[in-house]
Design a protein around this ligand. Structure first.
Ligand SMILES: C[S@@+](CC[C@H](N)C(=O)[O-])C[C@H]1O[C@@H](n2cnc3c(N)ncnc32)[C@H](O)[C@@H]1O
Length: 238
């Protein structure tokens, strides 16, 4: 069946699979095969691997840097069901949110009917044009299973519109209040672009300051590639 959701043309087969099959297939691959952890996208797969461990269908999640919507789509495919789950995707650029909407719709097309996608996009996906320094005020503290950052600039667009240490740290600080016990703040920080080393250092400094009783904090990066991205995982213990 070919139909449009908003301005995105999708092909979907509502008879195919069914929701239970989709979830079973997704949850059966909790750990990606090793080759996915070593190529150019190794850092992304590593971040997603940790997120898969904490997320469940029906959870609420925030993508604090929506960009082209790849992380949002990854999250949506785990937590959204036709009648539960909630995704908030934020960015400071309208074009990023438009692209995120398109990526989300296309990524859900093989899994759900057009009607289901329309209702999920309307009722449980929020695309928020806002600096992530603060989050929408109606999100209660301790209610979010994961808050995800993929720092830097939108690939293929204006590189001057990039995350910056002051906003990033203010945001992560706010995120520590929104995330629930056993939830995760995942931050992918790049060291190859201008300002990236400083921003990564600021994230590391903030993460290191979190109380060990309340938080289990890790950084992950390949020791033999000094400029490769760093994945920070901040697990809330209590
Ligand atoms: C590396 S991209 C994100 C990639 C994205 N997660 C994806 O899957 O395609 C970083 C994004 O952060 C956005 N950004 C920069 N500063 C921001 C801020 N203060 N608040 C929210 N978004 C911001 C940029 O506009 C850009 O789209």
């Amino acid at each position: 069946m070919r139909r449009s959701v908003g301005r995105v043309l999708v092909t979907s087969n509502p008879k195919q699979g069914g929701y239970a099959n989709v979830q079973a297939a997704m949850m059966s691959t909790l750990v990606p095969p090793l080759p996915q952890l070593i190529g150019v996208k190794g850092h992304l797969n590593l971040a997603h691997m940790f997120l898969r461990q904490v997320l469940r269908p029906g959870d609420t999640v925030i993508d604090a840097t929506a960009g082209k919507g790849h992380d949002s789509s990854f999250l949506a495919r785990i937590i959204l069901t036709p009648d539960s789950g909630s995704l908030v995707s934020m960015d400071v650029q309208e074009q990023a949110l438009a692209k995120t909407r398109e990526t989300l719709v296309l990524s859900m097309a093989p899994l759900y009917s057009v009607k289901q996608i329309e209702s999920m996009m309307r009722d449980r996906v929020r695309l928020v044009l806002q600096n992530h320094r603060s989050f929408p005020t109606d999100i209660p503290d301790e209610s979010v299973a994961a808050i995800v950052y993929n720092l830097g600039y939108l690939p293929g667009s204006d590189k001057s519109i990039t995350t910056c240490p002051a906003d990033t740290i203010a945001s992560i600080e706010a995120a520590t209040r929104l995330v629930k016990t056993h939830g995760l703040i995942s931050i992918l920080a790049y060291r190859g672009h201008e300002g990236g080393v400083e921003e990564t250092a600021a994230v590391e400094k903030f993460a290191t300051s979190l109380k060990p009783f309340d938080w289990s904090v890790y950084s992950h990066y390949p020791l033999n590639r000094p400029t490769s991205p760093v994945v920070f995982t901040l697990f809330k213990n209590a």
